[in-house]
Design a protein. Sequence first.
Length: 368
Amino acid sequence: MAKKRSKSLGGRVITLEHSSRLLKSDPLGDPYVRQLDIWLPPQYDQGFSRGRGKRFPVLFDLVGYTGSGKSHTNWKNFEENLPERAARLIHKKKMGGCIIVFPDCFTALGGNQYINSSAIGPYADYLIKELIPFVDKELRTLASRDHRGCFGKSSGGYGAMLHGMRYAKHWGAIANHSGDAYFDFVYRCDWPNTLDCLAMHRRRKRKEGILDVLREQKGCKEGYDDGRVRRFLDYIWRTERLSNSEVLTLMSLAMAASYDPDPDSPNGFRLPFNLETGEIIPSRWKMWLKHDLINLVTRYKKNLGTLNGIFIDCGWRDQYRIHYGTRILSKRLSQAGIKHRYEEFPDNHSGIDYRMDRSLPFLYRALK
């Protein structure tokens, strides 16, 4: 439902420039100097009041695929951007003042999964080794993991959950909105579209008649690119407008670059399927499954147990069927004795920023 724009309830967004040493050798040639939007709560400019008002908890907002930090701070018609949402929640005393950081982790492949990959960039290290110290140095933060959290939706939700697992010494609480999980459901349904889209960039056009499949699949074995992936990337990097099919194809390639990097392969990563026949390559798919959240609970049980709060939610109409994955994730967390909060709601994957009305106060209470 469309709403009137909310009145300003205080706080302000500042933009700092950060030059990354880690991204300087980015394999995709993405910029290493990036603009970092940061929202300061109304209390930040009220001087050094007594107690904790001098310093504030910090939340890092990990945006979803195709997004950047500024996509959450920019003006929105008929709805709140994230700073306006946080200001309203503070005004209504649903939560206290906190600093919110909006990293720009966009890549030439449309985004990343906030992990380290030789094919797409060291974005986990970028967050924990560069941005966290940078923010703590520049602003009045409560500079400890017990007062620092991260949250996100979709790829950002995956990133938040994964960081809670692998990098718990840096984060005190996390919130995962509809984050990628149960890869067999989430990703494999996109592969027929990806194969068809990439087939348009084969070197040889198809002809009616006898087909020698063994000959045609030469170069596609073991997840290698026979040239069509490179031609597709060259095409999308110079075109002005992408179709929905092309965006989904690019997303599949971004996931491959995240989960199965290989510096010795064309484009720096392997594919989980044969480009010509569509056959799944078990050894390559296994590399993806090593990153599936539902398969990581046992391994990172100890780390998860140190977190002060874990919030997970998903709509039961999610068009990517992620709710099945989040249910499995919640079940395995419960089986491992990991305290968490799991919620479902009657909506899909899109336009669900309103769910942050639930997660932001949760995170603040866990980190204050």
